[in-house]
Design a protein. Structure first.
Length: 186
């Protein structure tokens, strides 16, 4: 971090609004450039950069920097970019599921529904915690809401969802005619 940025930070922390504005404008210009390289679109990059600047503005006075304001602020920006890409990937999956040619446009057959219900019942009996989080996701709850309800971390939730989906997929591939031993995790 250069001396002028150090000076702006020191003045901003004492309540100098002009220094605070200069500091945020300085970061915003660099954030937009950085975000554009990561996400491609100018509009998305500007939104991400502005969100990161808002977070920096809200928290910079209370954070004890271990390295520098710049390093911490870029960490905030990287998190915002990661969140954007994760949401974008989730939205792309939704669109692909809704409009992909390989996805059935008609309801699944009775046989497929029967097998899926059978597999889900096996999952509920053998792994109730997996079935619960899978059901909460299906009901439309957000990650934070599910984690609060089940009292787990987001990483733990993602692991549980991955395992539940893998078990259901394994059960569906075998035609839904599996016993409890086959529903065990591999």
């Amino acid at each position: 971090m250069d001396d002028s940025l150090d000076d702006l930070l020191a003045r901003a922390k004492t309540g100098d609004n002009e220094a605070e504005g200069q500091l945020i404008r300085h970061l915003l210009v660099r954030f937009v450039t950085f975000a554009k390289r990561k996400v491609g679109g100018k509009e998305a990059a500007e939104d991400i950069a502005q969100n990161a600047c808002v977070t920096v503005l809200e928290k910079y006075k209370t954070v004890a920097f271990t390295e520098s304001l710049s390093a911490w602020a870029y960490g905030v920006l990287r998190n915002k970019i990661g969140n954007y890409l994760q949401d974008k990937g989730r939205d792309a999956l939704k669109v692909r599921w809704d409009s992909a040619g390989d996805c059935p446009s008609v309801p699944p057959s009775q046989e497929v529904r029967r097998r899926l219900i059978h597999c889900f019942r096996l999952l509920v009996r053998r792994h109730q915690h997996y079935a619960r989080v899978l059901n909460l996701v299906h009901q439309g709850y957000k990650t934070a809401e599910i984690c609060a309800k089940v009292k787990i971390t987001p990483n733990n939730l993602y692991v549980m969802l991955n395992r539940a989906r893998r078990l259901l997929k394994k059960c569906m591939k075998t035609g839904g005619d599996v016993n409890h031993a086959q529903m065990q995790e591999s």
